[in-house]
Design a protein. Structure first.
Length: 321
């Protein structure tokens, strides 16, 4: 073989080998678990009925599939969440199921689990990175919030002053829901947004912030809320002030259902918390057994709009037909 041909062949072989090596480096590795039969369920505080239910459903599903379960809460603290991930790694967890404490703050913790051969499934809240969790399963917050915004506009008769209660900045769901609300509401120039307050998904903060808003804006006609906890607090504040507000939320809690049935709230968007929690555990189990969930990493599950017409059929984030 001539030298030029030999060099060309060698260059091709080296390039092919480099490409294959680079591909192998980029391809996701198969995670087989830490070695124990423990499945960690990590969520925000169970004082919120949404998080309590999703944790209980996830735990029950995992036990049914034969896992030992450790159910813990990070209380929306990234520091505490990091410590819980370290504990799960030390316990050689089979998998971690997590409703996380921050889209950015959670990335490092999930990477540590990945580096220790432990698969993580994220549910309800996403993180701002792909390729390190084996699945991210969330309610279609955009679709649900748009649905209740349409109900809100109709109930407001397309005019009047309204306020907004916003969730934590660290939670992508807060911005997604607010954006969807305004894509609908901002089309109506006679609907005037007079105040936006952060109430951190909390009922007592929702009450306090609404109380303050009502003092500043006595002509307030409606309120949009990023979740039901804040909306229920807002409804209580309005009632205490002798006001009747048009209030919508997102979650689909039993508390919101009861407020809708009494006329103190107008609508909510039910996130299928039980279904999402069950899916998260089942996909973790399938991945451990087969090396694949059979699904794309990012998965959206549609919400159901709840009004006076179907509220009686809502129970524990499940709508019966």
């Amino acid at each position: 073989m001539k030298l030029s041909k030999f060099c060309a062949a060698l260059a091709f072989t080296c390039a092919a080998a480099f490409t294959a090596s680079a591909y192998a480096a980029d391809a996701p590795k198969r995670l087989t678990g830490g070695g124990s039969n423990i499945m960690y369920i990590i969520t925000p505080s169970h004082s919120n009925p949404f998080f309590k239910l999703e944790a209980e459903v996830a735990a029950a599903t995992a036990k049914k599939l034969g896992y030992e379960v450790k159910m813990v809460s990070h209380d929306d603290s990234p520091v505490k969440q990091s410590e819980l991930f370290e504990t799960a790694i030390s316990d050689k967890a089979a998998a971690i199921i997590c409703d996380n404490a921050g889209a950015d703050a959670t990335v490092a913790a999930v990477k540590r689990a990945y580096d220790n051969n432990i698969p993580t499934v994220l549910f309800d809240r996403e993180i701002n990175e792909q390729g390190i969790a084996i699945a991210q399963i969330v309610a279609n917050n955009y679709q649900g919030a748009k649905g209740v915004a349409e109900v809100f506009v109709e109930a407001m008769e397309e005019e009047g002053e309204y306020a907004e209660l916003f969730g934590p900045d660290s939670d992508n769901n807060a911005q997604t829901r607010s954006t969807a609300f305004h894509e609908v509401i901002d089309q109506y120039p006679d609907l005037k947004l007079v105040s936006v307050q952060t109430a951190n998904w909390d009922q007592s903060q929702g009450y306090q912030k609404t109380e303050t808003i009502l003092q500043s804006y006595p002509n307030l006609k409606g309120l949009i809320s990023g979740n039901d906890n804040m909306a229920v607090g807002a409804a209580a504040a309005a009632k205490a002030a002798g006001k009747k507000l048009i209030i919508v939320g997102v979650d689909g809690s039993n508390d919101a259902r009861d407020q809708i049935l009494t006329g103190d709230m107008t609508a909510t968007a039910m996130q299928p918390a039980a279904l999402i929690a069950q899916m998260a555990v089942e996909q973790a189990d399938q991945y451990l057994k087969t090396g694949s969930t059979g699904k794309p990493e990012k998965q959206l599950v549609d919400c159901e709009v709840i009004t006076i017409d179907n509220a009686k059929n809502l129970n524990n984030f499940t709508l019966s037909k």
